[in-house]
Design a protein around this ligand. Structure first.
Ligand code: INI
Length: 196
């Protein structure tokens, strides 16, 4: 049998990444982007928006992140999608709604598409606390980038293994593995949600 583990610095020059960022609290989210870029750059990824490896999408706030993250993942152009946002309790009476919907939506985007979608939405009680996690003490953006590198690598390995037991519908670029049926029914992998 096999042990699968993601790596951080292998074949990073061919990775395709999308970063979806909430503009709300951009004092914080801008710093998360910087931390993320710093990590990616030092692991061999070209982070220049005019380059070929990372696309950036700015949305109004964390609530809008899942919609765009799912769309980016569905395009099948990215090895991972990184979601960056900051929800601060002191600023919003609907803190729990924004946080819960963002968390559920980001999880669903990954789960429905089979593409790693990284949850990089900071929740904090105060701006000070958020800033401390976005550069003053540490920068969580760095960690979210590491999570993306690891998951992109891991999913490539896992999908490579699974694909030996699956045949593919569609073009080689837009691979939709169809797994052998367990009870006489065909199970089409999660990217088929595009057609539902
Ligand atoms: N969005 C955030 O990303 N962080 C917040 O702290 C926040 N507050 O405080 O309200 C916030 N609200 C906006 C929300 O994400 C949506 O953009 C808005 O409700 C429109 O759908």
């Amino acid at each position: 049998m096999t042990v699968f583990e993601g790596t951080f610095a292998q074949n990073t020059s061919t990775l395709q990444l999308a970063i979806v960022i909430g503009r709300f609290n951009d004092l914080v989210t801008g710093k998360l982007v910087s931390g993320c870029q710093d990590c990616l750059k030092r692991h061999g990824v070209e982070v220049d928006p005019n380059g070929t490896q990372v696309d950036y999408v700015w949305v109004p706030g964390s609530f809008e992140i899942p919609l765009v993250a799912r769309q980016m993942a569905l395009s099948r152009r990215y090895d991972a999608v990184i979601c960056l946002g900051a929800v601060i309790r002191g600023q919003t009476p609907h803190f729990d709604h924004v946080t819960n919907e963002a968390a559920k939506g980001v999880a669903a985007a990954g789960f429905q598409t089979g593409v790693p979608v990284i949850f990089g939405i900071l929740t904090a009680d105060t701006v000070q606390q958020a800033l401390e996690r976005a550069g003053i003490k540490s920068n969580q953006g760095w960690n979210y980038a590491m999570n993306a590198l690891e998951m992109a690598s891991l999913m490539k390995q896992v999908n490579g293994k699974i694909s030996t037991n699956a045949h593919y519908e569609d073009s080689p670029e837009k691979t939709t593995p169809v797994f052998p049926a367990s009870q006489g029914e065909e199970f089409v992998a999660s990217d088929s949600v595009e057609n539902t």
